[in-house]
Design a protein around this ligand. Structure first.
Ligand code: FAD
Length: 413
């Protein structure tokens, strides 16, 4: 009969899969007591049953590439490492569907399906990011413009709930929604509603040819007009991104086109001619394409508005920067921009920038920041009271004892 929590975890998972946590296991500076490694949904369930019996607060971990995104947890007893839970359960190429375990790197899923001429259209930038982590943070990249974000590509999910119960929602076919589509709820839940252990995604064919049409605008109004023109053109871009290395500098707007070679070349030439402004057709994506405008240790913000308000977003960042070295990059076609600041920027100045952005934008979230910045400002910002009540009720239903990643989400959820 196990006498301690660690013994109980070892009895359930094998002693070799449980260890005392080190300082390097800290989540946003909060050190767990133990780390347990699981390689399957069943093992994750066994771990969560022990966690429930012993009242452990649990933070799930994939590769750790975005473990410090979101707010710091208020406390962690157990870091549940699912990165050993890797592999493709099924690639149904004929149905354009792939089913993978949560610890599998997204890049690896991409490699497997590419062999069949298919792609998982999640081009988020972090090379080690896992299936579970990408779903839990709702991370996306440029291709979201045409193919949708994670919650659009996710058609099935397996999650271990706080009490260890295994639940599955959706399935292996694209038209399978009956009842609530829980995959959408878990997308962007930051580990606060359950431990994601498996996911099923829809796939798309890989195009034979790609071209990028790049154009430079001197100011936000011109950049907004160019992005609008691309969005409403017949070119059907896969992505429309922008890059502004300095908060008041020129803005590069770049569209990605893909398809059959001859047709893609024609569409690219037509679009460049229509845009004017010395638009160029590129054979390679620009170096900044699809990457975050911040270093892993820096501050990354996300501001968003409807696409027609792109000039307003750019002007808001420009004004709020007040001399800070802000780099802006993101989805010009969707109105979702990322702003980045170096890690050594004065935390109070970063907090001032975020406050100024919140006064002018509907949505300004700190995606990740050094601890000194998080000490100055709530990364999520205010939420409408009715919405917060709904989110709290959801949390109470899924995790009544608030043991899953406590405090990481909006409003201290
Ligand atoms: C605090 C907050 C308040 C918001 N208020 C509004 C609003 O009043 N009206 C509106 O139209 N949009 C609001 N949004 C934005 C909106 O919820 C998201 O843009 C929407 O969910 C679109 O999802 P996405 O796939 O585009 O998100 P992505 O760009 O993929 O990113 C979503 C990420 O943001 C977080 N997130 C997403 N939605 C919410 C949410 N509702 N609450 C908290 N975190 C979230 C998740 O952690 C997820 O990782 C708010 C977002 C946040 C964070």
């Amino acid at each position: 009969m196990p006498t301690t929590t660690k013994d109980a975890l070892a009895a359930a998972l094998g002693a070799e899969n449980v260890r005392d946590a080190a300082e390097s296991d800290a989540v946003c500076g909060v050190r767990p007591q133990w780390v347990a490694t699981v390689d399957s949904t069943e093992r994750a369930s066994a771990a969560m049953k022990v966690a429930a019996e012993h009242g452990l607060r649990v933070v799930p971990k994939g590769s750790g590439s975005k473990l410090d995104w979101g707010a710091a947890p208020t406390a962690v007893d157990l870091l549940l490492d699912v990165s050993a839970s890797t592999g493709i359960v099924e690639h149904a190429a004929g149905d354009l569907v792939v089913h993978a375990l949560a610890g599998t790197p997204i890049a690896e899923v991409g490699n497997v399906v590419r062999a069949a001429g298919q792609q998982l259209a999640i081009d988020q930038p972090l090379p080690t990011a896992t299936v579970g982590g990408v779903v839990a943070t709702g991370a996306s990249g440029p291709c979201r413009h045409l193919f949708g974000g994670v919650r659009d590509l996710l058609i099935g999910i397996t999650v271990v709930r706080a009490d260890g119960t295994v639940t599955t929602a959706g399935g292996k076919v694209v038209k399978n929604v009956a009842g609530y589509d829980l995959g959408k709820l878990y997308t962007g839940s930051f580990g606060t509603l359950g431990v994601i252990t498996e996911a099923v995604f829809r796939l798309h064919p890989v195009s034979a040819e790609h071209r990028w049409i790049s154009v430079t605008a001197a100011d936000p109004a011109t950049a907004g007009a160019l992005a609008d023109e691309i969005r409403h053109s017949q070119a059907v871009p896969t992505a429309i991104e922008l890059d502004r290395p300095r908060p008041d500098g020129p803005i590069t707007v770049c569209a990605q086109l893909e398809g059959r070679p001859a047709a893609t070349h024609d569409r690219a030439a037509e679009l460049a001619a229509t845009l004017g402004h010395e638009a160029q057709v590129l054979e390679q994506a620009p170096a900044w394409w699809g990457s975050h405008p911040f270093e892993p240790a820096g501050t990354g913000l996300r501001v968003a508005a409807e696409p027609a308000k792109l000039p307003h977003l750019l002007a808001a960042i420009q004004d709020a920067a007040a001399g800070l070295p802000v780099t802006t990059r993101g989805a010009a076609g969707l109105g979702v921009l990322h702003a980045g600041l170096p890690a050594d920027t004065d935390p109070a100045a970063v907090a001032g920038l975020v406050t100024a952005l919140r006064a002018r934008c509907e949505y300004a979230v700190v995606e990740r920041a050094p601890r000194a910045v998080l000490a100055e400002i709530d990364p999520w910002g205010p939420v409408a009271p009715g919405l917060l009540t709904l989110m709290r009720r959801t949390k109470d239903q899924f995790d009544p004892e608030h043991r899953l990643a406590p405090g990481r989400f909006v409003g201290g959820i």
